[in-house]
Write a protein that binds this ligand. Structure first.
Ligand code: NAP
Length: 249
């Protein structure tokens, strides 16, 4: 028993990629999962169907989590429909890579709002209920780029480093209420976000990864399931790299 059975989880950006893998893993552990998406209604419905076919429970809910009011409405709807919210996985994210001299203001703003402001938006709404419940798990998906930096990604790295500061600060605020807040820093995982990288660059990243392969969504999902479980009840404010050893602190 890992304490996950019958828990209620929201996974933002769960219509594909890492979020989809996280949703499937949590559902396999007996968690009822809210599959949040922004544009991809069809893909989100497919994730729900896959989970149900495997005997799990899931519902899709649309919300642009970069928007304060939409994120608040999403979390309120979950509370209304399910009576509680046990796990929030802030996974939704995007990139608009560019060198600083070429980076448009809109590219900066979109990445900061989608990756970082969304974490504030959803956590602020969820933590209110978690504090009242005297239990909760918030798991933020940052990136090794937030630890090490990356040319062409000042916006993305700033958003991901921001998530790390947010994670540690919120962990200190809500620890006394038995709410834990942790972050996972994935290395290179092949998804829609990374498949656009030139093959040469993908090969370079794999070559620099001691475990010699790219990650997959299941690698990240396993660590989410651990952090959400009873086994992780004394872990908070931590950043766990799941990157095949790419970045060692
Ligand atoms: P992905 O395949 O591009 O999927 C992104 C997901 O986020 C989609 O489900 C998308 O939904 C959703 N999303 C984007 N903007 C949203 C918004 N405003 N509101 C709600 N949902 C939104 O990306 P991924 O590679 O799985 O990445 C997932 C997370 O892991 C991101 O935070 C990313 O930064 C992080 N990460 C990824 C890697 C990697 O190598 N892939 C490495 C380190 C960290 P719609 O399609 O409906 O818009």
């Amino acid at each position: 028993m890992n304490g996950l059975q019958d828990k209620i989880a929201v996974v933002t950006g769960a219509s594909r990629g890492i979020g989809r893998g996280i949703a499937q893993r949590l559902a396999a552990e007996g968690v009822t999962v809210i599959i949040n998406y922004h544009h991809s209604a069809e893909a989100a419905a497919e994730v729900v169907a896959e989970i149900e076919a495997a005997g799990g429970q899931a519902v899709a809910m649309q919300a642009d989590v970069s928007q304060f009011a939409e994120a608040q409405a999403l979390i309120k709807q979950v509370k209304k429909q399910f009576g509680r919210i046990d796990i929030l996985v802030n996974n939704a994210g995007t990139t608009r890579d560019n060198l600083i001299l070429l980076m448009k203001e809109a590219e900066w703003d979109t990445v900061i709002e989608t990756n970082l402001k969304s974490v504030y938006n959803c956590s602020k709404a969820a933590v209110r209920f978690m504090i009242k419940q005297r239990s909760g798990r918030i798991i933020n998906i940052t990136s090794v780029v937030g630890l090490s930096g990356q040319a062409g990604q000042t916006n993305y790295a700033a958003s991901k480093a921001g998530i790390i500061g947010f994670t540690k600060s919120l962990a200190k605020e809500v620890g006394s209420r038995h709410v834990t807040v942790n972050a996972i820093a994935p290395g290179f995982v092949l998804t829609a976000l990374t498949e656009v990288l030139p093959e040469e660059m993908q090969a370079q990243i794999i070559a620099a990864t001691p475990l010699g392969r790219m990650g997959n969504a299941e690698d990240i999902a396993g660590t989410v399931a651990f952090l959400a479980s009873d086994d992780a009840s004394f872990i908070t404010g931590q950043v766990i790299s799941v990157d095949g050893g790419l970045v060692m602190q």
